[in-house]
Design a protein around this ligand. Sequence first.
Ligand SMILES: [Zn+2]
Length: 209
Amino acid sequence: MTAEEALKRLQDGNKRFVDRSHEYAGLDDEKRKALVSEGQNPLACVLSCSDSRVPSEHIFDCGFGDLFMVRVAGNIVHSIETGSVEFAVWELGVPLVVVLGHTHCGAVTAAVSEETAFGAVRLILDRVLPSVHQAQTENPGADTDTIINSAVRKNVFKSMEDLLLGSMVVRRSVRVNRMELHGAIYDIETGTVEWLGEHPRQREWLELG
Ligand SMILES: [Zn+2]
């Protein structure tokens, strides 16, 4: 499957999810058992937020074996997430990696409101903060909702940047057209996924080797 075909599968699945015409395909006993004997061959790796309102398999009307999921609060990328994505790309050969942010993200909202984080939650907010500061700088005097929406978008691009700069496997796979890396934002009110495409600076980073 090509990246284009995988992307189309996810886009079509989201359309069915939004207009309530789910196929619920690939959720039967037969498929579940076949994946044990045949192994998995997912069509995409989706790195999304842990938020319970963002269940990727439902959003994209996918079944068993379709999506290799990396879920972490704030859909941030650190070395462990990078390793999970590299496994999906290198070992499983997924043609598409999607960083999926979402509206009303609690991690982004907490970072915007400068909440005091407990324990290791601080590590997550620290990862989101650069996107918040960028959103505040670019939207001086804007209301909180505007800042949050802007920061959600920037945070998706930041995770794509972290994957591209942090992983030679990701860069090489993109460079040789083995895989495409796309950003997207899920609207938790409408159920619609907005596609952001590839990172605007991707070409420049691919030169890094
Ligand atoms: Zn979130």
